[in-house]
Design a protein around this ligand. Structure first.
Ligand code: ADP
Ligand code: ZN
Length: 300
């Protein structure tokens, strides 16, 4: 079945069309552009789908989002510092413009669903996906369904202990440590925090080991807390910052130390290389998940 997907991040938006089945996905085409302002971005995305006879659309977007179906602002983006995007009726726009059933979820819930259906989480019951990009987000797929509840998980904003010697106040406007006793994971460890702290984008800091040691210090706290709280079968770390592959062994080692043998499962016995993993779908995790959301929406 031909399904459209949109993965919207703080830096880039990816649109794509895929043949989706229960067991597999084949992405036929994709288009990527800078996020920019909402009016131009959604128009570009809507125009893209004119060439594809899609049956449904899944939109996996940065949050916070209103996902409560009984709410007057269902499908809207909520309080975000991203210029122009606050209160934008994303789902309403696409339903009207594209005219197919459309469903919205967070980018990370989408990626968790995509990896759960077709990637590293295939066959697993609880799949956690953490993106470390322009922001940090945590998505959870439980039995193939995204976790919502009251709103949706906002694990990127969990408070974390400050790294020794770090004087950077944090880039989260809600949780800066200049007016709180501590900041949040996103504020200290998202891509923009790396850039502001070290004066250079993460992609240009590859050889500076102190950058990645500090990054692993923060990320491992987030991963440990999710492991302890949600008991995921697998934790997938994606997003632009995780292109720095040296982070994986560093985060695993720190998580292992923090857990200190408390939780018992065979997958936790070794070096955690089967437990804390990159997305098997690579940078397609979010797009594949968005398409899967559209597929599931049609079936439901
Ligand atoms: P989005 O948040 O829009 O989904 P990404 O996940 O690509 O986008 O994240 C963009 C962030 O990732 C930027 O802050 C960028 O500096 C950072 N980044 C991209 N590549 C790397 C890399 N190789 N190493 C470290 N950071 C990177
Ligand atoms: Zn925050």
């Amino acid at each position: 079945m031909l399904i459209g997907g949109i993965e919207a991040g703080g830096t880039k938006i990816v649109c794509g069309a895929a043949e989706v089945t229960e067991e597999g996905i084949h992405i036929l085409d994709r288009m990527r552009f800078a996020t920019g302002r909402p009016e131009e971005a959604v128009r570009k995305a809507a125009d893209y789908f004119k060439d594809f006879p899609i049956k449904a659309l899944g939109v996996a977007c940065f949050g916070p989002l209103d996902l409560r179906k009984d709410s007057a602002t269902y499908g809207h983006i909520m309080a975000t510092p991203k210029k122009g995007w606050e209160h934008f009726d994303l789902l309403g726009f696409f339903e009207k413009e594209i005219g197919v059933p459309a469903v919205l979820d967070t980018d990370v819930n989408g990626a968790a669903l995509g990896e759960g259906a077709y990637g590293a989480g295939k066959g697993k019951s609880v799949v956690a996906y953490i993106t470390v990009g322009t922001g940090i987000g945590v998505g959870l797929s439980i039995g193939g369904k995204p976790l919502h509840g009251l709103v949706h998980p906002e694990g990127g904003h969990m408070p974390v202990v400050r790294a020794p010697g770090d004087t950077y106040e944090g880039c989260c406007t809600f949780h800066r440590d200049s007016f709180l006793p501590a900041g949040c994971l996103e504020g200290y460890a998202a891509g923009p925090a790396i850039e502001k702290r070290w004066g250079e984008k993460g992609e240009n800091l590859g050889s500076r080991s102190e950058v990645w040691e500090m990054e692993a210090f923060y990320l491992s706290q987030g991963v440990s807390q999710i492991a302890l709280l949600c008991s995921p079968d697998i934790i997938i770390l994606g997003g632009g910052v995780m292109h720095q592959k040296s982070l994986f062994p560093m985060v695993r080692e720190r998580v292992k130390d923090q857990m200190n043998g408390y939780v018992h499962a065979p997958i936790l016995d070794g070096d955690l290389s089967d437990y804390i993993v990159p997305p098997a779908l690579g940078d397609d995790a979010g797009l594949a998940g968005a398409c899967r959301m559209g597929y599931d929406w049609l079936k439901s």
